[in-house]
Design a binder for this molecule. Sequence first.
Ligand code: NAD
Length: 465
Amino acid sequence: MTSESTPRAGTVAGAAIPQTVAALRAAFDAGRTKPLRWRLAQLDGLRRMLTERAAEFEDALLEDLAKNPTESQIAELGFVVGEIDHMRRNLRRWLRPRRVAVPGALMPARARVVLEPVGVVLVIAPWNYPVQLLLAPLVGALAAGNAVVLKPSELAPATSAAMARLVPQYLDPTAVAVVEGAVDETTELLAQRWDHIFYTGNGRVGRIVAAAAVEHLTPVTLELGGKSPVYVDESVDLAAAARRIAWGKFMNAGQTCVAPDYLLASRAVAGRLADELANAVRALYGDDPAQSPDYGRIVTDRQFDRLTGLLGAGRTAVGGGSDAASRYLAPTVLVDVPRDSAVMGEEIFGPVLPIVTVDGLDDAIAFIRNGDKPLALYVFSERREVRRRFLTETSSGAVGFGVPAAHLAVGGLPFGGVGESGSGAYHGRRSLETFSHEKAVLSKPLAPDTLQLIYPPYTEGKDRF
Ligand code: NAD
């Protein structure tokens, strides 16, 4: 089918949502998105968009989040380019039908698993990594041969506008559309019939998405958040651990789903760790992080007010300063934080790092098990037995030993949560599988008819087939 005979979708206003989805479905049904050639061309187009128009995205991220362009390259544009390259290198091989063994009783026969595109999919992204979290799922959706609607977050408006402007210039507008907007538009989108919904964001909206999906029994991937704990013991180099933790926590001003949310440490470790965190913050952002071009800002006044409301628990060991006008909140470390304080009652999602004192390993593990299953768990310990116990006695989307957040850059690792931190996963091959249906195919020749051994009438011995 040619683009002339297919209604054009591209970027749409909220009112045109049903027509847009219908147009994409027509393109999908006509087989437009299925050929490997089309898929590879889309991945190439996406890659070109991210390289040729990098400056426009970097400007948008600077405007939305005061994100430093180098950080935007590492964690947003470059990240997606890495996903594209990994997918492109492997796609042909991953799409090959996978042979599986046939039980002897069914022989002769051949069984294989074939990946087929699911159809028209919806990707809903949040504001904190507004390029990565919209486009990394798109890599999988396109590689799998689907038509796609992208819904960027309204809370990163410059990035959302850049997507709406640029995506139709680089990707097939008859099969990929950007719908901008907030609750009304997303509600309208969720009322449509989809073949997969991929949502990244908070659990409250995750429940709205899951409830909407029930109507058409649409499969959903929920990439949610939660409180990701860090355990540090005295066996490690605390200065080195503090540098890693400060990097993972204060990147993007703490607005990272896999950022360390809080630290668990013994009383002896907590004090020294707080000192080392102060050194690490100084090394990363200088004496006054407000002046650092590398330190981000809080996304909205509402988030800023929520975060400043969480200060005041325990004792402020590092930072604590803020400026409402510029939505600056200093990298902050709180020590002696009571377990029942507000900062321990919700996902922080900002540059505030509480240290909760624990009474040894058992206490730390019990504390983690007592809460929701986190998106990630980080352990800094040279002791194998300590690492083994966390791995086997707690459940989380991922575990990082000695490093926070970086697991998501390993293309071979599935990225996703468990329980309250989400369901389903993506990245690399797992993205392709997430947006595909694994079709089971069995082929058995009519002759010889070995099945006559089990046809009725059920005479003596057929039960031992
Ligand atoms: P957000 O406010 O941008 O919301 C996410 C999306 O949901 C947006 O596109 C928004 O338009 C839409 N939305 C908001 N309210 C809605 C409603 N009532 N009905 C339908 N759609 C609605 O982003 P957020 O939720 O504040 O993002 C932060 C959260 O996301 C944190 O909890 C964080 O941990 C989580 N997160 C998870 C990951 C991950 O990969 N697992 C990544 C980033 C963020």
